[in-house]
Design a protein around this ligand. Structure first.
Ligand SMILES: [Zn+2]
Ligand SMILES: [Zn+2]
Length: 242
């Protein structure tokens, strides 16, 4: 569960900073009382599902209740990233709608609250002096032109305002790839092969890669491969949903 008491001042400030836009619940859109948590109403907070820290130690995949360690997929094929974490399970509760709103329906304002939750999760999972730079999974320029923003980079900017970590655009998409959603795991890997490249040498750097959603991990894995190819020693991955 959320363990993040928000003060009246904080909520008031965030309302002020958002240009007096009344804070509304991320789950149901209801207006929130100023002294309440600025992200979720009490009902949604109670019903929201969050991921715990008991998933696979590499990819974060939820494991059986009594299982501990690394999932079958990571055991078969070790990912190029060190560890992936996420805040909430995709396709459960309102997470799905939230992510779609953020990604496809132009609701950029969601970057702040999503990054707030993600920042709390990152602080809990890693010591920040293990990380040099924040970066995002890049969009292909064509897709960027069409959408007008890279939702993952919006998260990076909000995270950089909350964590003592600089943001650096160290990845670019070398080629566009067909939509991943309907492809099976192995096809996703093939589809993304060499789709990303680093923009600079990254010798010895430890990078925290941000994306909105992690599904099979194929995108994170390809990005991590490109970063490591450029010399990064460790790549951590944090997404809002998985
Ligand atoms: Zn609500
Ligand atoms: Zn795993």
């Amino acid at each position: 569960m959320l363990n993040r008491p928000l003060s009246f001042f904080r909520a008031a400030w965030s309302a002020f900073a958002d240009g007096f836009y009344p804070p509304t619940c991320l789950g149901c859109g209801r207006s929130l009382w100023l002294w309440r948590d600025a992200f979720l109403c009490a009902e949604c907070e109670n019903n929201w599902s969050w991921l715990n820290d008991n998933g696979c130690r590499r990819c974060g995949e939820p494991l059986g209740r009594y299982a501990a360690g690394v999932c079958q997929r990571c055991r078969t094929k070790k990912p190029a990233f060190t560890r992936a974490i996420a805040v909430a399970p995709y396709r459960e509760g309102a997470t799905d709608a939230l992510v779609k709103d953020f990604k496809y329906h132009g609701n950029r304002r969601l970057a702040k609250p999503l990054a707030e939750l993600l920042a709390a999760r990152i602080r809990r999972c890693w010591s920040l002096d293990e990380i040099d730079w924040l970066t995002a999974v890049p969009l292909h320029p064509d897709r960027y032109a069409w959408r007008g923003y890279n939702q993952s980079w919006l998260l990076v900017e909000e995270l950089a305002a909350r964590l003592p970590l600089p943001a650096a655009a160290v990845l670019r998409r070398v080629r566009d790839t067909p939509a991943q959603a309907n492809l099976p795991v192995e096809a996703r890997r093939q589809n993304l092969r060499d789709a990303f490249a680093a923009t600079a040498p990254l010798t010895g750097k430890k990078i925290l890669l941000i994306d909105d959603v992690l599904t099979t991990g194929a995108t994170a894995n390809e990005c991590a491969r490109a970063l490591r190819h450029a010399g990064a020693t460790r790549v951590f991955v944090a997404t809002f949903a998985r």
